[in-house]
Design a protein around this ligand. Structure first.
Ligand SMILES: Cc1cc2nc3c(=O)[nH]c(=O)nc-3n(C[C@H](O)[C@H](O)[C@H](O)COP(=O)(O)OP(=O)(O)OC[C@H]3O[C@@H](n4cnc5c(N)ncnc54)[C@H](O)[C@@H]3O)c2cc1C
Length: 495
């Protein structure tokens, strides 16, 4: 029997995931990727003996990765080796005040208690509640395609929602239990990844706290790119074809069906298409206006997760005081948050994050050298220029040196910058967003941009701008949902 042919636009985690599931369902799958490597925002580059993960660095929700590989009868450790980090990460509140998150939950509880009386007991309570939310979300809610509110109108789901305050603001839950500002910052930080402050994020997302504080923070030896390599290897074994340097220019539509793609000026015929490229780019640049789900007004009203300025640095010595993950919250947290989410502006003293994987992995930097990745989040409404990037660089380097108590600038032997304009040119990212739409209440589940194109029966969207949202584990899940929906469409309608 001739297999139906499905094209996937983009080879980020969601595209790779969809490709694997569709190939398993028996389709002939081709992935078109505009860049020369697979992995999307999680690509890696090598320079002067250093190996830099370009995007994600936090491996949370390990069960989601295990479930992905298990769906193909495989185990995660067949593809890469995980190490649990201990401490998982540290928060730097001032040059001499840090809080390290122990891998052992009981010792973390004691640490909380030593900071604030009763906080240890409250941490157990908070995390037990978050664990319950995690179980119900992961077993049911996040795997829904969210085409309609009706998917959620089941008594057992409503009961769980009522029982767990899923939709009240996360900050209310945190501030009821913790008063010490250091603990509040720690408990509210994981959701910053979700692209909004904790007063705008529903408490559902305390599942991130559960993952960070109880499940732990992991690292795949060789870097996060090893997940990409693992998924690509799996896709190869399932017969997926990859076309690299393949820029999709147009989704071709005939008789309300898409019948193929124009890639690098050449038409390719397909029975169906899933786009894992940024949703906005797919609709606004690859589809004629009459086929779009949403117009530019819709996108202008959406709240986006931040863009970022990134510095990839090679250092020719060891740095004792940094661990693998370091969050520099030694500045006015609220001020920077307001500048990202309320009144877009550049702040003089930004919050920043430093990843130093060479602490854990001797394959990512030459012997006795360090590999640093610095991230400064900022509003997608702002455009950076060389001056701004330099000012930010000087500021964070000074604060880094102050905390580390040693010179770092003069030991930089490699530097590459990456900013909003690169997100746009490398990934076709709307407004240079780094990690998609913010997971605010009004942008969660069935309020997210729909996975299905309402006018074209055989075109679906996957990835961080649709359900379930930004992050690597959600991208894996998004790819699975899209593949399952496409299989239903193609089987039901015999397209
Ligand atoms: C700096 C940074 C740090 C992050 N940190 C973390 C973290 O620590 N942990 C975590 O879980 N998540 C993190 N994230 C988020 C996570 O990386 C993303 O949510 C996820 O990788 C998105 O996957 P995706 O498949 O949706 O999109 P993408 O990875 O963007 O994939 C889309 C692909 O489509 C391709 N494409 C676009 N247009 C076309 C076209 N016209 N033709 C062909 N191909 C096209 C792009 O080149 C790209 O490869 C981070 C993201 C960034 C940027």
């Amino acid at each position: 029997m001739i297999k139906k042919k499905i094209a996937i636009i983009g080879s980020g985690f969601s595209g790779l995931s969809s490709a694997c599931y569709l190939a398993k369902h028996g389709y002939d799958v081709t992935v078109f990727e505009k860049n020369s490597q697979v992995g999307g925002r999680a690509r890696m580059f090598e320079a002067e003996g250093f190996k830099f993960d370009m995007g994600p660095s936090w491996y949370w929700m390990p069960d989601v990765f295990d479930k992905f590989f298990a769906d193909f009868g495989r185990a995660t450790n067949e593809f890469y080796q995980l190490k649990q980090l201990d401490p998982g990460f540290q928060i730097i509140y001032s040059p001499d005040e840090t809080l390290a998150i122990d891998a052992d939950f009981n010792s973390l509880v004691q640490k909380f208690e030593s900071i604030e009386q009763g906080a240890g007991k409250n941490l157990r309570k908070f995390v037990a509640n978050a664990e319950y939310k995690y179980q119900i979300s992961m077993s049911d809610l996040v795997y829904k395609p969210s085409h309609s509110f009706l998917e959620f109108v089941k008594w057992n789901i409503i009961k769980q929602v009522l029982k767990t305050n899923l939709f009240s603001p996360l900050s209310n839950e945190v501030r009821k239990l913790f008063k010490d500002t250091r603990l509040v910052k720690l408990m509210e930080f994981p959701v910053i990844f979700l692209g909004a402050m904790a007063d705008k994020i529903p408490a559902l997302y305390s599942i991130m706290n559960y993952s960070a504080l109880k499940q732990g923070t992991f690292y795949p030896k060789g870097g996060m790119v090893e997940i990409v390599h693992g998924m690509k290897k799996l896709a190869d074994s399932l017969g997926v074809t990859f076309e690299l340097n393949a820029n999709v220019e147009k989704i071709e539509v005939k008789d309300n069906r898409c019948n193929g793609l124009t890639v690098n000026n050449t038409f390719h015929q397909f029975d169906a298409v899933i786009s894992s490229a940024d949703y906005h780019h797919t609709e606004m640049n690859l589809l004629a206006p009459n086929w779009r789900n949403y117009g530019s007004e819709y996108w202008e009203k959406k709240v986006f997760a931040p863009s970022s300025i990134l510095f990839y640095l090679g250092i020719n010595k060891r740095i004792a005081k940094l661990i693998h993950h370091n969050l520099f919250f030694n500045t006015d947290f609220e001020k920077h948050a307001d500048a990202i989410y309320k009144k877009p502006e550049w702040v003089k003293e930004p919050l920043f994050y430093v990843c130093m994987p060479s602490k854990t992995d001797d394959t990512v930097a030459p012997d006795s050298y360090e590999n640093l990745f610095i991230l400064i989040p900022h509003s997608t409404e702002l455009e950076s220029d060389e001056d701004l990037i330099e000012r930010n660089f000087e500021n964070v380097l000074s604060r880094l040196e102050l905390y580390c108590g040693e010179a770092i600038r003069e030991h930089i032997v490699y530097r590459r910058d990456f900013s909003g304009k690169d997100f746009k040119s490398e990934y076709n990212s709307f407004k240079g967003n780094a990690y998609g739409l913010a997971n605010t209440l009004m942008q969660t589940a069935f309020f997210k941009p729909k996975m299905k194109n309402k006018k074209i029966g055989n075109l679906l969207y996957t990835g961080q701008l649709t359900v379930p949202g930004p992050g690597v584990p959600p991208a894996l899940i998004s790819g699975k949902i899209a593949a399952t929906e496409m299989d239903k469409i193609l089987t039901r309608f015999e397209i």
